[in-house]
Design a protein around this ligand. Structure first.
Ligand SMILES: [Zn+2]
Length: 217
């Protein structure tokens, strides 16, 4: 818990490092949860479940063991005079909310105005994935993506918008399946210049939205 009150930085050090439990301990914890749910972890269908859950966790939370800044650092390129917004939209991601450990499924849109260098678009996807594959709060994830891109690339501005459905809302609690949460984080010219921000928002909304976001006329 003490880690939550420290200032957040654009690095992944908030987790593991020391004290990561052994896989057997993780599997035993899953057995405990199965018993807590009222089932029997020794019955045939559940015998292999703790091992599968542990492997799934390795995938879902792989971002705890990766530094997103490394992906961005490796791929600087000259912009050759390009001075317009670079935008990558509809980056699908899967994450988990840190309050219920329930899935958050959504899309991220990233725009930036390069100063002297750009980054390969696959690196922007990796940037989203590294932050998504951790226990998250959507607002925090949105800010983390923007701040990381801003600190490594030093562009004139950065905009990040995240739209997502939270299964802790759709499958429990208030049970609202159609609710999508939208968060945004703007830095530099995306924050200070209305035209830049508008250009970014318009570009995201260029084509019809199947769900989430403003409806097309
Ligand atoms: Zn939740």
């Amino acid at each position: 818990m003490d880690k939550l009150v420290k200032p957040r930085r654009n690095s992944p050090e908030r987790t593991h490092a020391s004290g990561r439990p052994a896989r057997e301990d993780a599997e035993e914890a899953v057995r405990t949860l199965i018993r807590w749910a009222g089932d029997n972890p020794a019955r045939e269908g559940l015998v292999g479940t703790p091992a599968r859950v542990a492997r799934a966790y390795e995938e879902w939370f792989a971002g705890n063991f990766e530094d997103p800044r490394e992906y961005l650092k490796r791929t600087f390129e000259e912009v050759a005079g390009y001075d317009e917004i670079v935008l990558l939209r509809d980056i699908r991601f899967e994450s988990h909310c840190e309050h219920h450990m329930a899935p958050i499924i959504g899309r991220a849109h990233i725009g930036y105005l390069p100063r002297d260098r750009v980054v390969g678009i696959s690196k922007l996807v990796r940037l989203v994935e590294v932050y998504a594959k951790r226990l998250q709060v959507q607002e925090k994830m949105t800010a983390e993506i923007a701040k990381c891109l801003n600190s490594v690339l030093r562009p004139f501005g950065v905009g990040v918008i995240v739209e997502a459905a939270h299964e802790c809302m759709t499958t429990r609690g208030v049970h609202k399946p159609d609710v999508t949460m939208v968060t945004s984080y703007m830095l530099g010219s995306f924050r200070t210049r209305a035209e830049t921000r508008q250009e970014f928002l318009s570009a995201i909304n260029l084509r019809g939205r199947s769900h989430a976001g403003p409806a097309e006329p």
